[in-house]
Design a protein around this ligand. Structure first.
Ligand code: NAI
Length: 288
């Protein structure tokens, strides 16, 4: 694929905005595609806020922030990705939506373009089979918040070429400065295979009245030196995303430990998605 200078990011929610930000900060030209203008504006605002925080903390200068913003273009049309060398999909964790995006992108971008997915749990092989270039489809799984978390999981499918995997790994490590671990194309990859049962166990403890969210989180923060407790972390990940990932893992393994508990189902049905919607296990509407 040669040196990558032009990247596309599809979806500018929690993850897509972070991926677009770090890619622009690394000096690359980034086109961000969202579902509609309001979502594109929200994505731009999220990136501006995050870059502003970086300036406040002295991690980048005002000039670097402006240069990164100038490298970002927002669109609501996938055709804007026509000249991209690498496109990273970060739309919601919904298989039908992702298959549609991969099928359409495949017809828009150059044959050599690599299509990557940030999916947390869907098989890369299935996304690859929605295209005519399965050898150029790979999983690149970032962690939230993307500018802070150092890890990227690289997930080659059975059909991903060695070149594609090597180029995607080099992009994540050499260009973005992340540490890459290789994961199998199995629901949950490496990190979520361990993390999701843990988050679901904490939700089951709340559901059973075993302990309050505050006590569970304090237990893990103060007792095990975790930077954040499991319920605050589930709120940060997004309860809708946590539920979707758990469902994919349950579908794959049929193990009860991956089944989303009823409390999680009800909270998502009630629109309580966690930090991004203002309320989950905690209330974020008062600036928490
Ligand atoms: P999110 O709900 O914050 O953002 C999803 C975005 O996709 C929304 O802004 C939505 O408008 C946009 N979108 C939906 N359909 C679209 C389309 N057809 N074209 C363009 N944009 C579209 O979700 P989040 O958390 O950013 O997750 C995105 C992906 O990243 C999911 O696959 C998720 O599993 C994965 N992921 C999430 C992590 C997390 O901690 N939240 C961590 C790692 C991966």
């Amino acid at each position: 694929m040669g040196d990558i200078t032009r990247v596309g990011v599809i979806g500018a929610g929690l993850m897509g905005s972070g991926i677009a930000e770090v890619t622009a900060r690394a000096g690359l030209d980034v086109v961000v595609v969202e579902a509609d203008t309001a979502a594109a504006e929200a994505g731009r605002a999220r990136i501006e806020k995050s870059l502003g925080r970086g300036v406040d903390k002295g991690k980048l200068s005002a000039e670097e922030r402006d240069a990164a913003l100038a490298r970002l273009t927002f669109s609501t049309d996938l055709d804007a990705c026509a000249d991209r060398q690498l496109v990273i999909e970060a739309v919601a964790e919904n298989e039908a939506v992702k298959l549609d995006v991969f099928g359409r992108l495949d017809k828009i971008v150059e044959p050599a373009t690599v299509l990557a997915s940030n999916t947390s749990s869907l098989p890369i092989t299935r996304l690859a089979m929605a295209t005519e270039r399965p050898e150029r489809v790979v999983g690149l799984h970032f962690f939230n918040p993307v500018p802070v978390q150092k890890l990227v999981e690289l997930i080659p499918s059975l059909l991903t070429s060695d070149d594609t995997a090597a180029n995607a790994a080099a992009f994540a490590s050499d260009v973005l400065g992340k540490t890459v671990v290789r994961a199998p194309d199995r629901a949950g990859f490496v990190v979520n295979a361990l993390l999701i049962p843990y988050l679901l166990s904490a939700i089951r403890m709340v559901e059973a009245g075993h302990a309050t969210p505050e006590d569970i989180d304090n237990g893990m923060v103060l007792g095990c030196a975790h930077p954040m407790g499991p319920l605050r972390l589930a709120d940060l990940v997004g309860l809708d995303t946590t539920k979707a990932v758990a469902e994919s893992m349950y579908e794959e393994y049929k193990e009860p430990l991956y089944a989303p508990p009823p409390l999680l189902q009800r909270m998502v049905e009630a629109g309580l998605y966690g930090r991004k919607s203002g309320r989950g296990f905690y209330d974020y509407t008062r600036g928490e």
